[in-house]
Design a protein around this ligand. Structure first.
Ligand code: NAD
Ligand code: DAU
Length: 435
């Protein structure tokens, strides 16, 4: 076995090309180098075939080498003894164990919003050894009620803005991770007034990255599939981690910008970061400005649901509970510097979802108003979450959308006190926009 073309790719991975006796060349990534000089007078490399799709089972290759005059691997040799194999296995197992991150004290930004509060509940219920500090500015979208029942020894609330660098200097030290959910999250608002989106989504992310850098804290960035733009309705393709960024709205362009900051801070400053891009979430505690809660609460208020454009736009729905387990999986098992897509194969067009809601709520499926379309309205989102499922073993559990929708309708029916205070102002704003 000979070796040539030893180089680094643009993400800093070390590559080696191996040539077998027949002259066939294969490109490998160096996963691990093992120092066995003291015991065996040699070193070892563990190699992973480069460019192989994440969902394929691959066999790792191990070789020994004696460092050459240039200080790099000389010719790679077959490994000869069981003792060498045992030593390599031990080092590899330690390496894999160290890859797992076990947080004990995390900051969750935006932990009073729809998805952030779901994550805080998930951690509280499933990881009793983890303390959570929720940092939230309580904008119109934040509601302390969402976490009130679990505030105490294990869940602490700090009222503050992610753009406040002095506040971050006070609270970040002592924590071992930041999970960043806080954002201006609604497309229609970003069209009406983009400025807060620049401030919170771009500057806020910058401040958090700087704090993560200063205090050497693990950072997970919660982002959206909208950074990839949209797909045609009849296109069989889905978004993958390789899809180029192509955001359409002020909201999605600020989320895309924030993702790029994370990538740059990882590469340039070595921030220990991961990114997730998730599809459309549904479930309890979602603000009444968003599609599903707006239609349910309209019906509960005796108002007619409102459908944009021709209703053909497709969204890929995932239950918030599944988003939370996805983020936890990536935070604890994800490879640093990597992006993972989170989705649950829940593609449906808007008119189908609206008609399902009307039917479940005992109305005629045509009992709604067509309203003005959203400018620049993305046609279709669809997520391929193969990487997260095969590499980290995550799976969605709420795969029956109809059942999840019925439970969500029941939650809004039973929890009027939670959403009623925001309803009139939200509808007044929509009316002004002709929606
Ligand atoms: P949300 O609007 O319900 O909640 C946002 C939370 O962030 C609120 O509690 C708000 O008070 C807080 N916040 C806003 N600006 C802040 C600031 N400057 N400082 C501190 N806190 C601030 O949003 P959501 O729907 O729960 O989305 C959460 C995250 O998930 C966002 O980053 C969003 O881009 C992302 N995401 C959302 C979806 C979805 O379907 N809703 C899908 C994929 C990704
Ligand atoms: O894909 C992930 C994104 O999903 C997240 O990043 C965003 O934070 C989240 O708000 C959501 O964005 P959308 O724009 O897809 O969600 P929204 O609930 O605003 O709208 C869903 C679809 O329903 C969209 O095609 C517009 C349409 N719509 C929306 C409203 C509020 C209507 O037809 N009528 C409505 O009244």
């Amino acid at each position: 076995m000979t070796e040539h073309n030893h180089d680094h790719d643009h993400e800093g991975h070390e590559h080696i090309t191996l040539v077998d006796e027949q002259g066939n060349e294969t490109l490998y990534e160096i996963l691990l180098t093992v120092d066995g000089q003291e015991e065996f007078g040699k070193n070892y490399v563990l190699l992973y075939p480069a460019g192989i799709p994440e969902d394929e089972d691959v066999e790792l290759q191990a070789y020994s080498y004696v460092e050459n005059a240039e200080g790099t691997e000389g010719d790679l040799q077959q490994i000869e003894t069981d003792a060498e194999w045992d030593m390599i296995e031990e080092v590899f197992n330690t390496f894999m164990a160290e890859e797992l991150f076990t947080p004990h004290n995390i900051i969750v930004t935006g932990g009073c919003g729809f998805i952030g509060s779901n994550f805080v509940h998930y951690v509280y219920n499933n990881h009793p050894d983890v303390h959570v500090t929720v940092l939230d500015a309580l904008t119109y979208a934040g509601n302390l009620e969402n976490i009130k029942g679990i505030l105490g020894d294990r869940v602490e609330f700090v009222h503050g803005n992610i753009c406040d660098a002095e506040l971050l200097d006070k609270i970040v030290p002592g924590h071992d991770a930041i999970v960043h959910y806080a954002a201006e999250s609604h497309n229609d608002n970003s069209i009406a007034n983009p400025e807060p989106f620049l401030k919170t989504n771009v500057e806020g992310t910058f401040r958090l990255l700087e704090a993560a850098r200063k205090y050497d804290v693990r950072y997970h960035h919660v982002s959206t599939d909208e950074v990839y733009g949209d797909l045609a309705l009849d296109d069989p393709a889905k978004f993958t981690e390789q899809t180029p960024y192509h955001p359409s709205s002020p909201y999605s362009s600020t989320k895309a910008s924030s993702d790029l900051l994370v990538r740059a801070w990882h590469r340039t400053f070595g921030i220990r970061a991961t990114i997730s891009n998730c599809s459309n979430n549904y479930g309890p505690f979602q603000h009444v400005e968003k599609f599903i809660p707006r239609q349910i609460t309209n019906i509960l208020e005796g108002l007619r649901p409102k459908l944009y454009g021709n209703g053909e736009n497709v969204r890929d729905w995932i239950h918030t509970d599944d988003h939370s387990t996805g983020v936890w999986t990536i935070l604890t098992k994800g490879r640093l510097g990597e992006t993972y897509l989170i989705g649950a194969n829940g593609e449906r067009n808007n008119i189908t979802v609206l008609r399902d809601i009307l039917t479940v709520m005992g109305k005629s499926p045509d009992d709604f108003d067509w309203v003005k379309d959203r400018p620049g309205h993305d046609r279709r989102y669809a997520i391929d979450s193969t990487k997260l499922q095969t590499e980290l073993g995550w799976k969605p559990t709420h795969t029956d959308f109809q059942k999840g929708l019925e439970q969500t309708i029941k939650w809004y029916t039973d929890n009027r006190a939670w959403w009623e205070p925001a309803k009139a102002a939200t509808e007044a704003k929509y009316k002004q926009q002709g929606q």
